[in-house]
Design a binder for this molecule. Structure first.
Ligand SMILES: [Zn+2]
Length: 542
């Protein structure tokens, strides 16, 4: 998801504060944990086949779920949020009984479920889905009109869950391996979903758009976007060959989109360099205009940044560098690697998506404008960090951590880059993450382990400090003659990150810990500066 932060800064709603309380319900557990009724089967394929009636704000259809039996059980959990209703569930033509508990529906299977077998069931459902209050943060269906009075409809559902509009296994640990999405819409409109458009069927008053996603996709990545779209596109010569960059924009915006979307190939160039090949060549890369800011929907990134540079015309870093690119194209584009390729198993680890992706913004700058621009940008975004609650949320109850996951996340990765002091190695680590965890769901621990192993540093205290506490290390120091005395305070156990200083413009490493260390600066103790690439605070004491 994009940028909760700015909204927190500009217009923190009370509901957000209340939502921070840590009391959880049975519904939270059913939604957020790998329940026994989820654990025994492995998702293989969905065919979501629906009709959307914008005039009535109504959807209806089926989702066919194919799964492999891992353990022989009888009750299977799927999720669908009221007011959407399950009409019936069938397997091999036989209607099954369903016991519902809020959003969770427990389907009693009749056919013996034999280990290793692939079985299918079909859920028939309909209703008027929750309307988005402020997409994409408080999502659902956005039912809008364009300037010509045509319907302009889109879905967004991270955190809330895809089960707000279609029945599925609404937990992130198990991604479907491939998916067909068929959407019937009024004849004068188009539907753009994920993957490739395979076929358009014409009916008397409607058309059905059949899309197919060849790669694993997470639930919240699946989307429908309906509008009076026009298409343009280009071929991008990428690391894995020719990649289709396809753009769908409102009819009236075609000319300005053609100019503005030149940031898309620039994004692709920078991120293939830093992160490795775009992870979904088979499915193409699309930008699809929507009536809200934007979202990282896999292979159909949604765009609503008003064709402006920065974040709706604002620079999140206050340095000027944030106005060199369209924030949504770059940020949501970055999520193709960190969110869609490498996906959190549990939303408590959402910093993996947002930290690396906020960090990608300055790697974009690094690629096109150089290292100084990149550093100025990420350091500039520090002003947005609150250190209110830890970046890691609460596991198994669908609870994310602090909005600091964006810019604190970016700054700790920037710090790590400087700690490693070898940009080629750092790049190989970022690319390595994307190949090691290619098309996989992961935990923070797996990412931490990978980084520790490949940086050849034990980073456990580093991550405990920055991800699991809200404390920022304070380097206390004093100068007496040529002697620099220093230590860390406000740290977790064993935190001893080295930092760089410049003494008379020459670099020097300090190795602080919780105890005072004295260093002889050989005559230049009055002329030294801390390298601000390291995210710490400094405090002069007597
Ligand atoms: Zn994001």
């Amino acid at each position: 998801m994009k940028k909760v932060l700015l909204f927190l800064v500009f217009c923190l709603p009370l509901s957000y504060v209340v939502a921070q309380s840590n009391t959880f319900t049975e519904q939270d557990t059913l939604r957020g944990s790998i329940t026994p009724e989820r654990a025994w089967w492995d998702l293989n394929y969905y065919h979501l086949d629906i009709e959307v009636k914008p005039d009535e704000k109504f959807i209806s259809g089926t989702n066919t779920v194919r799964y492999q039996v891992l353990e022989e059980k009888e009750v299977l959990q799927l999720d669908l949020q009221p007011p959407m209703k399950i009409e019936k569930v069938t397997q091999d033509g036989q209607e099954l009984s369903v016991e519902s508990k809020g959003n969770a529906h427990f389907i009693r299977l009749v056919k013996p479920q034999k280990k290793g077998d692939f079985n299918e069931l079909t859920v028939h459902y309909s209703g008027k889905p929750k309307e988005a209050v402020r997409a994409p943060w408080d999502g659902g269906f956005s039912w809008k009109k364009d300037n010509n009075g045509k319907h302009f409809v889109a879905t967004s559902c991270q955190e809330l869950g895809a089960s707000v509009w279609w029945p599925n296994k609404d937990h992130m640990y198990d991604e479907v391996d491939s998916m067909a999405i068929s959407v019937e819409v009024p004849k004068d409109l188009m539907n753009i979903s994920n993957g490739r458009l395979k076929k358009v069927e014409e009916h008397e008053h409607t058309k059905t758009y059949h899309w197919f996603v060849k790669n694993p996709i997470n639930n919240y990545g699946v989307n429908v976007n309906i509008g009076d779209y026009v298409y343009f596109g280009e071929k991008y010569e990428g690391e894995k060959g020719v990649l289709d960059l396809d753009y769908y924009v409102l009819r009236d915006h075609l000319e300005k989109a053609k100019v503005h979307f030149t940031d898309a190939p620039k994004m692709m160039q920078a991120f293939e360099h830093w992160f490795g090949p775009y992870p979904f060549y088979e499915d193409s890369f699309k930008l699809v205009e929507v009536p809200y800011l934007g979202m990282e929907h896999q292979s159909s990134v949604t765009y609503g940044n008003e064709y402006k540079k920065g974040y709706l015309g604002h620079d999140l870093s206050q340095t000027g560098w944030g106005l060199k690119f369209d924030f949504i194209i770059v940020h949501e584009g970055g999520h193709e690697w960190f969110a869609n390729n490498i996906t959190y198993k549990d939303i408590a680890d959402m910093w993996i998506h947002e930290g690396f992706t906020a960090y990608s913004e300055n790697l974009f700058l690094d690629y096109h404008y150089g290292k100084e621009a990149s550093a100025a940008y990420v350091i500039g975004t520090r002003a947005n960090i609150k250190n209110d609650i830890p970046m890691i949320g609460v596991y198994d109850v669908n609870k994310k951590g602090s909005g600091d996951m964006y810019y604190k996340g970016a700054n700790i990765l920037h710090t790590l880059r400087h700690l490693i002091e070898d940009d080629e190695k750092w790049r190989s680590i970022l690319r390595g993450l994307n190949s090691e965890f290619y098309h996989r769901t992961v935990t923070t621990q797996e990412i931490e382990n990978y980084l520790s192993e490949h940086t050849e540093k034990d980073l456990s205290a580093f991550f405990n400090q920055y991800l699991r506490s809200t404390r920022i290390p304070v380097l206390e120091y004093s100068v007496t003659g040529d002697q620099l005395k220093y230590r860390y305070t406000n740290i977790v156990e064993d935190f001893d990150m080295p930092i760089r200083i410049y003494v008379n413009e020459k670099e020097k490493w300090l190795f602080p810990g919780k105890d005072w260390v004295t260093e002889d600066l050989a005559g230049d103790a009055t002329d030294f500066t801390f390298d601000e690439n390291f995210y710490i605070e400094t405090k002069k004491v007597q």
